[in-house]
Write a protein of this length. Structure first.
Length: 276
């Protein structure tokens, strides 16, 4: 697998084959993951930048494969979209997170990731309604995190969905801002309550040679002017915390405060007051 042209070719080709094989395995197993109870939700705190008190938990799905261990959601969510089962998995995640949020000893918000494919499907608003009804979660405690890719679809339909969700009293956050084909026109009409600044802007922001800190300030300024909150994602070090706080983000999330933790641990930390 090392050295000249032919060896290299073989290397890449078997690598590709391995990749395809792995993918087929994941596809087969993912179809059964729900029935086999292999999926769960983890929770990561989002803190206020002035007090470091927890304002919300973001729910992050986990798949523990019996042989492979944890499979990254980046990987299996994409597979679920291709297989056409994202709607099922997404609905399960939505319900699970709403049901678990009502068990918390404090009325914090729960921020739930919604895939664009799921968001633009007919019946998504009904899914949200039914999750709220089944769990009795107050709508204002539910925040849906969506990415710019929802704007690729039918604009009128997307706008209608936004308005119906706002009507329900649910909050909307624009996730991974600045990484896709960001367009300021998205912010013009969409009723977002929050913008999440992608962690790629935090990485390296403490290095004076790059523009990340300036971009962060600009996004925060824009969000402020539009009356939206801002979350800086992926804060890992005290230096990064200092920097993003100086740039004015209203909320912070990252390993510095906590990694995503299982539901029982989140409850325990809240009860013990470890998380305020
Ligand atoms: P995301 O929504 O942008 O979530 C943030 C990701 O960054 C999470 O990865 C989180 O664990 C990680 N993270 C948080 N703080 C830090 C930090 O300080 N440093 C670093 N390096 N990483 C940090 P995770 O849980 O692996 O999720 C990856 C992506 O998978 C998510 O990105 C989201 O796009 C997707 N995803 C996760 N759960 C769900 C879900 O329930 N539904 C849908 N549709 N997508 C989900
Ligand atoms: Ca998210
Ligand atoms: Ca994000
Ligand atoms: Ca992401």
């Amino acid at each position: 697998a090392k050295g000249g042209g032919r060896g290299q070719y073989r290397f890449y080709s078997s690598d590709l084959e391995e990749g395809a094989k792995l993918r087929r395995l994941l596809e087969e197993d993912l179809r059964d993951a729900l029935d086999r109870d292999e999926l769960s939700m983890y929770y990561q705190p989002i803190v206020k930048s002035d007090t470091y008190n927890v304002a919300a938990f973001e729910s992050l799905i986990r798949w523990e494969h019996p042989e492979r261990g944890f499979v990254s959601p980046e990987e299996f969510i994409a597979v679920a979209e291709d297989l056409g089962i994202i709607n099922q998995i997404g609905e399960w995640a939505l319900r699970k997170a709403c049901m678990q949020a009502v068990e918390w000893p404090v009325d914090l918000r729960v921020a739930i990731n919604v895939s664009a494919t799921q968001f633009v499907q007919d019946g998504f608003v009904d899914q949200v309604k039914s999750a709220l009804q089944a769990s009795k979660l107050k709508p204002e405690r539910l925040e849906l995190e969506i990415t710019e890719s929802v704007f690729i679809g039918d604009a009128a339909q997307t706008q209608k969905t936004f308005l119906e969700l706002k009507e329900l009293g649910v909050r909307l956050a624009l996730d991974d801002f600045g990484t896709g084909y960001s367009s300021l026109s998205y912010l013009q009409h969409a009723p977002f309550d929050k913008i999440k600044i992608d962690q790629s802007f935090v990485r390296g922001a403490t290095d004076p040679d790059n523009n990340n800190a300036a971009i962060m300030s600009a996004i925060v300024g824009l969000a402020d002017a539009l009356g939206m909150e801002t979350v800086c994602e992926g804060v890992e070090t005290k230096d990064e915390l200092k920097l993003v706080t100086a740039r004015g983000a209203t909320h912070i999330q990252g390993y510095l405060f906590s990694r995503p933790i299982p539901h029982e641990e989140a409850i325990e930390s809240l009860s013990k007051g470890d998380l305020k």
